[in-house]
Design a protein around this ligand. Structure first.
Ligand code: GLY
Ligand code: MN
Length: 356
């Protein structure tokens, strides 16, 4: 599998008329060669690929990295470039502009004056945006773990419990179930704090009548899940029910509208139109969703400005929300795989308004 990915990357590199591609985004490195450590880089000079890391990852690299010549750097990884065959002649070198610092780029130019450095983007991402069966299996497991933990954690949700304690417990339980770790800082945002789309779990204690938004997920074998549910502590009032049902309607309608070849911005519009029509357009200030994979926020991007087109094998989140300052907010987020005719929803946590 990995050798196939490197071969495909080589084809793209040649198509872009590059001689070399430096892959510095770690998730792209992992996608191409299997390395899961935290310092590593690929230099692909078709048909050859070099993987560079440091002493700390020597054993791990020998175990994980496939189809590359492994180079253990003495100091900085880019310091090793001078020793690589591919840099001995005049070369056009692509680098991932969003994932390399100006300082690093300048250093490479200084070390290899023959390198013509060309900023590129989305080369490896154009491959990884379509998930294969093995990747979908891992995402499904990451989603399943998150679903199980959410179901269990609801038993602990009571007045007086701190948001942070719930987030911590969720994280612990996910790891116990085999997750690599949490995929991001969990959001447990209660009461008025639920009006903050990214209200990270804080010291606030839950109170009766609160909306509580949970946004959680884990990595499993490198692949992420990302789910959001909003519940009410106690009986929901009429306004809470109304806002919840608008978000739910927008979310369900978006899910049933997913089609391969659909522009991502059109899917965003399906949900946005419903929320706009109810008069809450200004309260839905983020995109409908994002790709999910080795990164939590991956391609394709689902928002009104997106130029992405959905294709079979994409895994995306669908997560509309309404946030009303000084009152509260609701977001509902599922993870779905785009299929031949629509999509398959992976996350199974219930979406009827839960009143605890
Ligand atoms: N689930 C929240 C986010 O994707 O930013
Ligand atoms: Mn998300």
């Amino acid at each position: 599998m990995t050798s196939k990915r490197i071969k495909l990357a080589c084809l793209l590199i040649k198509k872009k008329k590059l001689d070399v591609l430096i892959v510095s985004r770690l998730s792209n490195v992992r996608y191409l060669c299997g390395y899961s450590g935290s310092n590593g880089m690929l230099v692909i000079a078709p048909p050859k690929a070099y993987f560079l890391t440091d002493f700390r990852y020597k054993v791990q690299a020998r175990k994980e990295v496939k189809n590359c010549q492994v180079v253990i750097a003495e100091r900085e990884l880019i310091g090793e470039f001078v020793k690589l065959q591919c840099f001995r002649k005049k070369v056009k070198v692509g680098f991932e502009s969003a994932f390399m610092t100006v300082k690093m780029c300048d250093k490479i130019k200084e070390l290899i004056p023959k390198a013509n450095m060309v900023p590129v983007s989305n080369i490896i991402e154009s491959l990884s945006v379509v998930k294969d069966a093995g990747e979908i299996t891992k995402i499904k497991r990451a989603v399943k773990i998150a679903d199980i933990v959410f179901g269990d954690i609801l038993k602990l949700v009571k007045p007086g419990v701190k948001e942070r304690d719930l987030a911590l417990e969720m994280s612990y339980r996910m790891i116990k179930l085999g997750a690599d770790g949490p995929a991001f800082d969990f959001i447990v945002a209660s009461g008025q704090r639920s009006s903050m789309p990214h209200g990270r779990a804080a010291d606030r204690k839950l109170r009766k009548g609160d909306f509580v938004t949970f946004d959680f997920g884990c990595f499993y074998n490198g692949y992420a899940s990302d789910i959001t549910r909003t519940i009410v502590l106690g009986k929901a009032n009429a306004r809470q029910k109304k806002i919840y049902n608008i978000v739910l309607k927008a979310q369900l309608e978006a899910i049933s509208s997913v089609r391969p070849q659909m522009p991502a911005k059109e899917l965003d519009k399906v949900a946005r139109d419903i929320i706009n029509k109810e008069g809450y357009g200004d309260n839905f200030g983020h995109g409908l969703g994002h790709g999910l994979g080795l990164e939590v926020h991956d391609n394709p991007v689902l928002n009104p400005r997106s130029q992405d087109i959905l294709v079979e094998g994409n895994v995306v989140t669908i997560e509309p929300g309404i946030y009303i300052p000084a009152w509260g907010g609701v977001r509902i987020e599922d993870d779905v795989v785009v299929t031949k005719n629509g999509c398959r929803v992976l996350s199974k946590s219930p979406k009827n308004l839960i009143e605890l």
